[in-house]
Design a protein around this ligand. Structure first.
Ligand SMILES: *Cc1c(COP(=O)(O)O)cnc(C)c1O
Length: 431
C-alpha cells in the first residue's frame, strides 16, 4: 500500500465534497438537464470537457429542427411565408439573441455561411492595401484556416504573402503572446499595416486577447482590426459594439452548441454597415429586401450586416441555432454564465496546482475563459497516452499536437463534481 494512501483518500473525498457543495450552490445547475450528455464505454455520462470543440446538443434542438422539417413536409415552398417562423426572414429571428451574446447592436450582426467564408468576406471589405500600407498582422500559429485565408487574400491582390504578413511570435514555451508587445508593434508599424487579425481566445493556449485595448491601439493608429471569435463567442462576455473592432467572425458549433458545421456569425461595426462604397463580394441575399424579388441588376445592399449575405441560408441549421440561443437567453445571457465559468476554472486551476503542480503545467494565462491548455511535464510520461487514459476513464478532452491537452468545463452543462473527478482520474493516471 502506498504510504500516503490514507491521506490521499481523504483528500480525494474532500475534493469531491467541496465540488458537490459548489454544485449545490450553483444557480445554473438545472441547465445540465437541458442537454444530451454522451455516454462512455461503460454507459455512464462522459465528463465532457470538449465543448470548446463541439458543444453538446440541447434537448430542444430536435423540436426546433423538426418544426422546419414539418413545415417543408406540409407547406412546401409556402414555408417561406407561412407559420410563426417563416423561412424568408428566418435568420432575423436569430439576430437579437445573437447580438445580445456578443454585445452588439442588432444591425451589426448576421448569422450566415461558415467562419472561414465570413472571414473571406470581411477581408474583401476590410483588407484594403494602399500605398505603403499593405501588411496584415496575425499571430504565429494562428488557426490554419485564418492563416490560409489571409495568405490567399494577399496573393489575390497580387502581393507577396511572405513579405506582406507580419507574423507575431509568442513569448517563451507556453506559446502565449505579450499583448503589450503586439500594441507596440501596431504603433511602430502603423505606416505599413493595413489590417490586424487576432483571436478573441487563442485556440491552442486558451489565452484571452484584450479586444478592447488592441482595438483602441489599432484605431488610434489608423489600422483596421478584426477578430476571430471562434473560441470567444458563448464563452466570454463581449462588448463588440463598444469596443469597436471593424469586424468579427465566429462559428456556432463550439460554445454555441448548434451542431457540427452549423452556420457561423459575423459582426460589422455600425460605422460601416451603411457604407455602400466598401468593396464586397455581393450576393442576392444582401440586396435590399423590398426589391430583391424584382430581380434587378443594380446591387443595393441592405444597410446592416445583412448586406454581406450572399445566399438564402440553410434553415435546418438556423433552427438548431435558434434552439441553442433560446437556452442562453433562458440562462440569463453571458453574465451569469461567465460568473459560473470563472468559479469553475478557478476551482480547476486551484486543484491542478495543489494536486498535480509538479506533473501538469497550465499554459493558459489568467484570467481565462472555459478552456485550460495543459501540458504533461511529469518525467517519462507521454502526454498523448495520458489523454488516451483519460478517454478510457470516460473523460473527454482533446489533443493538440505536439503536446497539449485542452479541457474546457462549460457552465451550461458541466458540473464542479466533474472537475473533481477529472483531477482524481488524472492523479491516478500519473501515479
Ligand atoms: C474552429 C475554428 C475555426 C473553424 O472554421 P470553420 O470555417 O468553421 O471550419 C476557425 N478559426 C478558429 C480560430 C477556430 O477555432
Amino acid at each position: 500500500m502506498h504510504p500516503n494512501s490514507e491521506f490521499q483518500t481523504m483528500t480525494t473525498d474532500s475534493i469531491l465534497l467541496r465540488a458537490r457543495e459548489l454544485d449545490s450552490q450553483d444557480p445554473l445547475r438545472h441547465f445540465r438537464d437541458e442537454f444530451h450528455i454522451p455516454l462512455d464505454a461503460k454507459g455512464n455520462p462522459q465528463v465532457y470537457f470538449v465543448g470548446n470543440s463541439l458543444g453538446l446538443q440541447s434537448k430542444r434542438t430536435s423540436q426546433f429542427v423538426n418544426e422546419v422539417l414539418e413545415t417543408w413536409q406540409t407547406q412546401g415552398v409556402r414555408g417561406h411565408f407561412t407559420g410563426d417562423f417563416p423561412w424568408m426572414p428566418y435568420h432575423e429571428f436569430l439576430t437579437a439573441p445573437m447580438a445580445r451574446l456578443v454585445g452588439a447592436m442588432e444591425r451589426e450582426v448576421v448569422m450566415m455561411n461558415s467562419l472561414t467564408a465570413n472571414l473571406h468576406l470581411m477581408l474583401a471589405s476590410f483588407y484594403r492595401p494602399a500605398g505603403r500600407k499593405q501588411k496584415i498582422l496575425i499571430e504565429e500559429h494562428a488557426f490554419p484556416s485564418d492563416h490560409y485565408a489571409v495568405e490567399s487574400h494577399i496573393g489575390a491582390r497580387g502581393l507577396d504573402p511572405a513579405a506582406t504578413m507580419m507574423v507575431v511570435r509568442p513569448q517563451g514555451p507556453s506559446g502565449c503572446f505579450d499583448q503589450s508587445e503586439i500594441c507596440d508593434l501596431i504603433r511602430a508599424n502603423a505606416g505599413e499595416l493595413a489590417l490586424v487579425l487576432l483571436p478573441g481566445v487563442q485556440y491552442y493556449t486558451g489565452q484571452v486577447f484584450d479586444i478592447e485595448r488592441l482595438t483602441r491601439v489599432a484605431r488610434e493608429n489608423g489600422v483596421n482590426i478584426g477578430f476571430d471569435l471562434a473560441h470567444a463567442a458563448g464563452n466570454l462576455e463581449l462588448k463588440l459594439h463598444d469596443w469597436g473592432p471593424d469586424f468579427a467572425v465566429w462559428c456556432s458549433y463550439k460554445y454555441l452548441n448548434s451542431g457540427p458545421g452549423s452556420v457561423g456569425g459575423c459582426f460589422v461595426h455600425e460605422r460601416h454597415v451603411a457604407d455602400e462604397k466598401l468593396p464586397r463580394l455581393a450576393g442576392w441575399w444582401g440586396h435590399d429586401k423590398a426589391s430583391r424579388f424584382l430581380m434587378p441588376n443594380g446591387f443595393s445592399p441592405i444597410p446592416t450586416a445583412e448586406g454581406w449575405q450572399q445566399s438564402n441560408p440553410p434553415i435546418l441549421s438556423l433552427a438548431a441555432i435558434r434552439a441553442s440561443l433560446s437556452v442562453f437567453d433562458q440562462a440569463g445571457g453571458m453574465e451569469p454564465l461567465r460568473r459560473k465559468s470563472e468559479l469553475m476554472t478557478g476551482f480547476f486551476v486551484d486543484l491542478l496546482r495543489e494536486q498535480l503542480g509538479n506533473k501538469i503545467a497550465i499554459l493558459t494565462p489568467e484570467p481565462c475563459g472555459c478552456q485550460l491548455s495543459l501540458r504533461v511535464v511529469a518525467e517519462d510520461v507521454d502526454g498523448k497516452s495520458v489523454k488516451q487514459a483519460l478517454e478510457n476513464a470516460g473523460m473527454e478532452t482533446d489533443w493538440r499536437e505536439p503536446d497539449v491537452i485542452r479541457a474546457a468545463p462549460v457552465p451550461l452543462y458541466n458540473r464542479f463534481e466533474e472537475i473533481a473527478r477529472f483531477i482524481i482520474a488524472l492523479k491516478e493516471i500519473l501515479e
